[in-house]
Write a protein that binds this ligand. Sequence first.
Ligand SMILES: Nc1nc2c(c(=O)[nH]1)N[C@H]1C(S)=C(S)[C@@H](COP(=O)(O)OP(=O)(O)OC[C@H]3O[C@@H](n4cnc5c(=O)[nH]c(N)nc54)[C@H](O)[C@@H]3O)O[C@H]1N2
Ligand SMILES: Nc1nc2c(c(=O)[nH]1)N[C@H]1C(S)=C(S)[C@@H](COP(=O)(O)OP(=O)(O)OC[C@H]3O[C@@H](n4cnc5c(=O)[nH]c(N)nc54)[C@H](O)[C@@H]3O)O[C@H]1N2
Ligand code: SF4
Ligand SMILES: [Mo]
Length: 748
Amino acid sequence: MNNVSRRRFLKIAGAGAGVAAAGSSLAALPGLRAAGQAAEKGIREVPTFCDICFWKCNAIATVRDGALWKVEGHPDDPLSQGRLCPRGTGGVGAHFDSDRVRSPLLRASVRGEEQWTEVTWDEALGHIAEKMQKIKAEYGPEAVALFSHGVGGTFLKHTLKAYGSPNISAPSFAQCRGPRDVGFELTFGHPVGSPEPTDIRNSKCLVLIGSHLGENMHNTQVQEFADAVGSGASVIVVDPRFSIAASKAKHFLPIKPGTDIALLLAWMNVIVREGLYDKEYVEAYGFGFEAFSAEIQPFTPEWAYPETGIEPALIRESAREMARHRPATLIHPGRHTTWHGNDTQRSRAIALLNALMGSWGRKGGIYRPGRPSVPAYPYPPYPKSVRGMVDNPVRPELEGAPAPAGGLDLRRRYPFATEPLTTGVRDATLTGEPYPVKGWLVYATNLIKTLPNQDETIEAIQKLDLLVVVDVIGSEIAGWADVVLPESTYLERYDDLNVQTFRDPFVALRQPVVEAPHDQKPNWWIARELAVKLGLEEYYPWEDIEEYLSHRLDAAGMSLATLKQKGLVKAPRSPLYFEEGVVPEFFTPSGKIEFYSVQLKEAGFDPVPKHTPPKPGPPGSFRLLYGRAPVHSFSRTQTNPVLAQAMGENEVWVNADVAERFGLRIGDRVRLKNQDGAVSDTIKVRPTQAVRPDCVYMVHGFGHSSKMLKKAYRKGASDSQLITRYATDPLMGGTGMNVNFVTLEQEA
Ligand SMILES: Nc1nc2c(c(=O)[nH]1)N[C@H]1C(S)=C(S)[C@@H](COP(=O)(O)OP(=O)(O)OC[C@H]3O[C@@H](n4cnc5c(=O)[nH]c(N)nc54)[C@H](O)[C@@H]3O)O[C@H]1N2
Ligand SMILES: Nc1nc2c(c(=O)[nH]1)N[C@H]1C(S)=C(S)[C@@H](COP(=O)(O)OP(=O)(O)OC[C@H]3O[C@@H](n4cnc5c(=O)[nH]c(N)nc54)[C@H](O)[C@@H]3O)O[C@H]1N2
Ligand code: SF4
Ligand SMILES: [Mo]
C-alpha cells in the first residue's frame, strides 16, 4: 500500500521555487512614506506580519512619537491586498492590554487557584530545567510534551526535540482542519492546507457548507468572496443558521445539523444520474467511478429530504446550478471541520463533489499554490526517540503485528492521522499508556477552552509533575500552570520567517515595532535560555535571532536588511492550474482521484462516504452550535481593549418561535445547561428566525473563567464549558464537538 504522506513529501520537496531572482527585482514599497518626511513628524513605519490569527497578513505598523499608533495592511501583500480585517487593525490593543502577564510567575498555592509569586526569568527557567531533568531521569525525555499553536512555537519545538521528545502537537489538526485535510488527501492525494488554495476570486459558483465567511474573517477569502458576489457569482449556502454568507446566497439550504453527508450524496446522485459531471475529467483522472456511482445510486433527493429537511426540488435545483458553472464551481472544503466525528468522510464527500465538477486544479476551483524555497537552519541532528510518539499508539491487540516498512500503519488507533493529536497526548497523560507523560509545555494555545471536555484536561493536568504555560495574558490554561512565562506580543518581537505557500508565494519577516512594556520576553529567547539551562547549548549555534534569520535568508539568496525594510519578498508563481498537455499527478495509491478508496476499504472503513443519522439530544433540548465573530479570534482577544469595545460579550441565538414559547425577549439573560449538567454563565438571548428551532448558536471564546483576565471575566458564556461530549473520528482522531445539547435556564 502506498503512503499518501510520503508521496506528498516528495512532491513538495521537488516543487520549491527559487526566491533569489524575485528578491532582487522588488520595487520600492508604495505605501511607506519617504523616510525623511516621516522622521520629521516623529513617525516611524515598520513592516511586519499579523498574529491575531493564523492567516498571517502582512502589515505596516506605525509608531508616533515613540508610541505604537496603528497597524494597517501592507500594500504589497498578496494575502491582504493592503487591507487588514478588523481584528488585525485592532491588533494594537494586544500591546496595550492591561491584562497582560508582566513577569514570570511561580505557583504559590494549589493548581488552579491562580496565586502566584513573581520571580526572575533566571529563577523561572532554572526551576523548569531542573524539573525537566528530573522527569527525564525518571521517565525518559518523551515524558515531556509540547502543545503549540502558530509560528511562535518554532524555537520551543527545537528545544524540546533537542531534549529528546517527539511529542509535539497543535489543536489545528484534531480540533480544526484535520478531517478536511485527511479527506482531501484520501481523495486527491493532497491535503488542502493553509491558507486554503480556494480560487474564490475566479469562482462562478461558490458553495459554502458551514464555512461562514464574513464571520470567519480569514482575510483573502472574505475579500475574494465579496468580489465574487459583486461580479455576480452564484452562491449556495448550507447552514442551520442564516449566516452572513447566507444573506448573499442564491440558494440557502437550512440543513438539519449533522446531516450534510446525506445532502452531499443526494447532490452527487443528481449530478451523476443526470450526466451533469465533467466526464472528460472523471475519465482521465478518476479511479473507481463505476463502483462509486453504484454506491450512491439509492441516495436520491427524496431519500435525503427526511434526513436533511431540504426539499428535493431545492436539492435538484442547487445541484444543477453547480453543474452549470463547472469547472469554476468551488465547493469550499471548510476549515473547522470537527463537527460530528464522521468528519473525514464528510470532507471526502466534499472532495468528491469537487471532483465531479472538475474543479480541483482548475480556474475558479482549487488551485495549486507555490512555495518559496528557504532552507532550514542546519542544526545538529536530534537524539532519536526510542519509544516514538505517544498520541496515536498501536492498538494493544495488534502490538505483536509487524510494522509496515513504510507508508500507513494500520495497526494504529487512528490509522489515517497525518499529524499529531493533542487529545491523544491528553489521553496518554490520563492513562499512562503507552507510557507516562509527566510534563506539558504549552505555547500559545488555551487548552482549557480549546480541547473538548475541560474535566479531562484538568484531570490530565493533575497527573503532571510540571505544567509550563507561555502566554501573553492570564488565560485559563495559564491559571492552571506551575510556571507562567509572559511573552512579548507579536508587535514587540522577531519570530521565525513566514515562508508562505500561496497563489503568490512570498517570504515575510516579523520584527519588533515597539518594546515590550514590562518583563516580557520573545519565544526565541525563552527557548534558547531554556536549552542553555538544560545543557543543550550546542543546539543553539546562534546567539540572537538576527543571526539565525540572516543565516536562513543568506542561504536563500535574500538578506535580512531587505526584509527589514520591505517586510516581504515575493517568489515566482508556479502554474496555478492543470496545464494543457501535462498529466497531473495525484499522490493516492492508484495515482488517480479516488472515487472509490481501496485503502479505506482495506482498513475497514467505507470506501465511499455513507450517511448515518446523527443521534438526537434529550427531549426539549437544543443542539449547541458555535462559530466566529468578525471582531474576535478564539479566546485570545476578549481582553484586547480595541476589540472588546467592538464586542464585549456573546449572545445565544434562539429561534424566535422557541423564544416566544419560553417568553424570552431580546436581551433577556439565560444560563445554558447541557446534557451532563454543565451550566454556563449568564448570556443574553437573541431571538431570531435566522436559526433553526432544533439548535442554538453562540460565538466561541467568551465566558472567561480566569480571574487574571479582569476585563473579560465572566462576560458572556463559554461554549467550551458545555462541550463535555465529543465524537472521535475513527479515521484520524479528530474530535467532533457539535454533539452537545442544552436547555435554556431562565434567571429567576
Ligand atoms: N473572526 C474570526 N475569523 C476566524 C477565526 C476567528 O477566531 N475569528 N478563526 C479561524 C479558524 S482557525 C477557523 S478553523 C475558521 C472557522 O470557520 P469555519 O471553517 O467557517 O467554521 P465552521 O465550523 O465551518 O463554521 C461554523 C458555521 O457552521 C454552521 N454549522 C454548524 N453545524 C453545522 C452543520 O451540521 N452543517 C452545516 N452545514 N453547518 C453547520 C454554524 O451555524 C456556523 O455558521 O475561522 C477562521 N477565521
Ligand atoms: N469549544 C470550541 N473549541 C474550539 C473551537 C471552537 O470554536 N469552540 N475552535 C477550534 C479551532 S478551529 C482552533 S484553530 C483552536 C484554536 O485554539 P487556540 O489556538 O488554543 O486558540 P485560543 O483560544 O486563541 O488560544 C490561544 C492562546 O494563546 C495566547 N496567545 C495569543 N498571542 C500569543 C503570543 O503572541 N504568544 C503566546 N505565547 N501566547 C499568545 C492567547 O492568550 C490564548 O491563551 O480551537 C479549537 N477548539
Ligand atoms: S485575517 Fe485578520 S487577524 Fe488574521 S492575520 Fe489577517 S489581518 Fe490578522
Ligand atoms: Mo481553526
